[in-house]
Structure formats: structure tokens, C-alpha cells
Design a protein around this ligand. Structure first.
Ligand SMILES: [Zn+2]
Length: 321
């Protein structure tokens, strides 16, 4: 056998060039950047970003919020951002201080849509004003949608209980504190219910099952969903598949493997869940996707699915543009 020593090297070089060519031709190469380092947070609450890091699989960036940010994507400078101390008229805070966020205008409205959807689906004794605690919105020098004011990191959201007037945490994103104020399973169900509501308005929601850096916040951005007012199910997004699998397991009581891989078990679980609320098929249709997410929110705030609790009302139209 004649073996030319350079062959294997040539092939590797070719593959290397192909990989590089794919990036320059518009292929997706996900960035991994340090983001939202907490040092240097000013009085206004804006969080400064950490330094850029090379795109390596073993990145040790403290917070990785950049799943949806292609490194080769040329996005114009963000231009004017709107400065706000509230979302849907609910005040925002950073570490206990009033928070002024700089938002892309369209993204700001997507967050408001989420809050309105969520509020509508929660028990009626959960009342406003919310206190929305965030870890950051706009931050320059970070290669993520935060740079464009198109991402927000939620730390927690509290509300008032009209049965007694106490303030309580309706959405706790610090997963390591679950179970310290109430039953662990209640915190977890509320968490996934809220994540489901966010996912209806934003395609990319990063949570603790995405990576360990998201154990203290939930990241929402509209990098992929853009100006669309609603989303569709994407079985090719591992983090989104994990959201569906977690909702099935923790809210619907339908245990499936939470691995981010879409297969017959997960699809069967979704079909079972939809059947329980009078629907057929899977979440590939817009109506079923909305129903699955919104009923996950609905039951997530009500101690999980129960046949004695009717499904969420479906008569409310989507908010117009
Ligand atoms: Zn983030």
C-alpha cells in the first residue's frame, strides 16, 4: 500500500479550511463570551460586561448567555435604546436598588408581552405590583444580544398575595434557594411555568439546564425570534427541548428523560399532555404550541396538572403589534 504521508495532513487542513470557510460564508459558530461580570455595577444598576474570550468549548466564562449569537453575524450598532425603570409598569430592581435598563424598543415590548401573558395565567390572588429583579439588560463589550439591548437576565419576580397581602416570590431564578421558603417542588413548578411563558414570546430562553452559569438567572433574548410576536417549537434547539421535557416532568407529571434530544418519548409525552386539555396532535402547530406553553404556566402556578383543574382559557387573543 502506498501511503503518502501528506495525505492525512492535507485532509485535516482541508477540513480546517472548510470549517473556517463555513464561518465566513455565514455558517453558525456560537460565541462563548464572558458576560455580566458583577464587579463594577453602578448606582444605576447597569451591569458591566466581562472581557471577550475566545470561542472555545471549554470556556470558563462566568456567565454564558450567548447561545443564540452567531460570531459572524454583522449586526448594526444598536442605535438608540429606550431607558426604562419599569416593565409593563412593574418596577425593576438590581440587588435591591431601582434599576434603569437600556432596551431595544421591540425587545422591550416582547418582555411586556411575556409579563402580561404570565399575569393572565397566574391565580387571581397573585397581584401586582410585581417587583422585577434583574441581573442585567444592556451591556457593551459583550458579544451577546445584551450588547444590543435585546436580552434580559431575570433574577426573580415577586408579587402580592391578596389573601393576606404578603409579598412572595412568584418566579425564583436562583435554583439553589428553592425549598428554603416553601416546598422545593412548588418553586420548581413556578420556575418552569414562567420559563414556558417567556418561551412563547422569545425563542431563546436560557435556564439552569443550559449550563451551570444560569443557576442564578434566566436569560431571555429575541436574537432569533426578532420582531415576531410569538414563537414556534424548534425540535433542533436542545435548550428549548429541555424546557419542554422539564415542563412535562415537573408540571404535567409525565416523566421523560431531560436530555435536550427530541424523540418518541418526548413527543408522546406532549401528545398525552395535549390530550388532557382536549387537544390532539403535537406541538408542531402554532395553536398546540401556545396551548402547551400556556397550560404549563397555568398548572405550574397551581401545584401541577390536575384533572380537577380546567385548562387555561383560550379566548384571549394574542396582543397585537
Ligand atoms: Zn443573559
Amino acid at each position: 500500500m502506498t501511503y503518502i504521508g501528506g495525505k492525512s495532513g492535507d485532509r485535516e487542513e482541508k477540513e480546517h479550511l472548510l470549517a473556517g470557510g463555513a464561518r465566513s460564508a455565514g455558517g453558525r459558530a456560537w460565541s462563548r463570551r464572558s458576560l455580566l461580570g458583577l464587579a463594577g455595577a453602578g448606582a444605576a444598576g447597569l451591569v458591566l460586561g466581562g472581557g471577550a474570550m475566545p470561542a472555545q468549548a471549554d470556556s470558563t466564562s462566568p456567565v454564558n448567555c450567548a447561545e443564540s449569537f452567531p460570531t459572524d453575524l454583522v449586526v448594526p450598532f444598536h442605535g438608540d435604546l429606550v431607558s426604562r425603570t419599569e416593565l409593563w409598569e412593574q418596577p425593576t430592581y438590581y440587588l435591591g436598588n431601582t434599576f434603569t435598563g437600556a432596551y431595544d424598543a421591540a425587545f422591550y415590548h416582547r418582555i411586556e408581552y411575556f409579563l402580561e401573558d404570565w399575569y393572565y395565567l397566574l391565580p387571581t390572588h397573585w397581584r401586582n405590583p410585581m417587583r422585577i429583579n434583574v441581573l442585567g439588560v444592556h451591556v457593551d463589550k459583550a458579544n451577546s444580544w445584551h450588547m444590543y439591548g435585546r436580552a434580559i437576565d431575570f433574577a426573580s419576580i415577586s408579587m402580592l398575595d391578596s389573601n393576606g397581602g404578603n409579598r412572595f416570590t412568584a418566579f425564583e431564578c436562583a435554583v439553589d434557594t428553592w425549598g428554603t421558603k416553601r416546598d422545593f417542588d412548588i418553586d420548581r413548578r413556578r420556575y418552569w411555568g414562567a420559563v414556558a411563558a417567556i418561551n412563547y414570546r422569545s425563542a431563546d430562553v436560557l435556564h439552569y439546564l443550559y449550563n451551570a452559569e444560569h443557576r442564578n438567572h434566566v436569560h431571555m433574548d429575541n436574537g432569533r425570534s426578532g420582531t415576531a410576536t410569538t414563537t414556534t417549537f424548534n425540535s433542533g434547539s436542545p435548550v428549548l427541548v429541555k424546557t419542554v421535557q422539564a415542563c412535562l416532568t415537573y408540571i404535567w407529571g409525565i416523566s421523560v428523560t431531560i436530555d435536550g434530544i427530541w424523540g418518541p418519548q418526548s413527543d408522546g409525552g406532549v401528545r398525552t399532555a395535549l390530550t388532557r386539555i382536549g387537544l390532539t396532535g403535537t406541538i408542531s402547530t402554532a395553536a398546540n404550541w401556545k396551548a402547551f406553553l400556556h397550560n404549563s404556566t397555568w398548572y405550574g402556578a397551581r401545584n401541577g396538572y390536575s384533572s380537577s383543574i380546567p385548562p387555561a382559557p383560550t379566548t384571549r387573543p394574542d396582543k397585537p403589534l
